[in-house]
Design a protein around this ligand. Structure first.
Ligand code: PMP
Length: 314
């Protein structure tokens, strides 16, 4: 069978949260044909629902589906589904500054396939859960562990897309790091084993002088929507932002390190441990990461003007 067909997704509907019925031969259960997304709805000061760049998630899902030989919904269908899910759960969206409604779009190969081939049918759904702020004000910064044993992605693999198959292989690395008291793992490239890639569910940045650097998206790291937004905000503040190969040694010599993602927004890093060497970074209110964090969150709750047009309203 082919990777794509001319079939389009049928009109969906909002239903109560519940289990999904699947064929035991579903492509997602047997061969991991699954893509997920993550985005948030916020409550604005005026009570309206604010959706942060859902079109970007829609496009990323399409790119992922193309890579994984799956059928994807249109951008309009995706954004409508996210919007309707947010509206149906409006009462669960916390007041401004108190959290958000996390929305989880899933694309699953639900048609049966016994041999290794694309599923003949796909299901797209969105579920939601209210979440607090990932980090409370004043919470200690992250302590990251550079893992040299497990890699998250390889050249030519699926690291650049949000395939469900990228996550189970690193759970061992994550749980081991947590057992040792670290917050999360920094992954290295699998070829040279010296360039940093990303953290389990966030992108990574370092600050040295007036320059901000972050690993380039060359197919092995996820192109974070927060990453892209923070690059725009930082450039508007006048920082030079470089997207390039970043050596792990540079991380150990940086003035400041931070991570970005839908869940964390912007989180400062307090320490990095690499081969038994631990470096600690400056913390506090004067950090570049704090300035970027405050700007992003300010836009997200409607306190700072959304000049980028990042919000779709209810
Ligand atoms: N990297 C990985 C591996 C992720 O799972 C995520 C979360 N989607 C990110 C980075 C951050 O991406 P975003 O800013 O779009 O949430």
């Amino acid at each position: 069978s082919k990777c794509t067909s001319n079939k389009s997704f049928e009109e969906g509907q909002v239903t109560d949260y519940g289990n999904v019925e699947l064929s035991p031969a579903a492509g997602v259960l047997n061969y991991g044909q699954g893509i997920f997304e993550g985005t948030k709805a916020f409550r604005g000061e005026d009570g309206r629902i604010l959706l942060f760049r859902p079109d970007q998630n829609a496009i990323r899902m399409q790119t992922g589906a193309e890579r994984m030989c799956m059928q994807a919904p249109s951008v309009q269908q995706f954004v409508d589904a996210v919007k309707h899910t947010a509206i149906a759960n409006k009462r669960w969206i916390p007041p401004p500054g108190k959290g958000s409604l996390y929305l989880r779009p899933l694309l699953l190969g639900t048609g049966p396939t016994l041999g290794v081939s694309p599923a003949p049918e796909y299901t797209f759904l969105v579920y939601a859960s209210p979440v607090g702020n990932y980090f409370k004000e004043g919470t200690a910064p992250l302590n990251l562990y550079v893992n040299t044993e497990f890699h998250r992605a390889t050249r030519g693999g699926a690291g650049g897309v949000k395939s469900i198959t990228n996550y189970a292989p690193v759970m061992k690395a994550i749980t081991r790091a947590k057992e040792q008291g670290f917050s999360d793992v920094v992954y290295l490239d699998s070829v040279h084993k010296k360039y940093i890639e990303e953290v389990s569910s966030c992108n990574i940045f370092l600050v040295k002088g007036n320059v901000i650097s972050t690993p380039a998206t060359v197919g092995t790291i996820l192109e974070g929507i927060t990453r892209k937004s923070i690059i725009d905000i930082a450039r508007d503040f006048g920082y030079k932002v470089e997207e390039r190969l970043v050596e792990v040694d540079e991380l150990m010599e940086a003035d400041e390190v931070f991570t970005t993602g839908t869940a964390v927004s912007v989180a400062s890093v307090g320490s990095v441990t690499y081969n038994d060497r631990r470096v600690e970074y400056k913390t506090g209110d004067e950090l570049v990461s704090q300035k970027l964090y405050k700007t992003l969150v300010g836009i997200q709750v409607g306190k700072i003007e959304d000049k980028y047009n990042w919000f779709a309203h209810e």
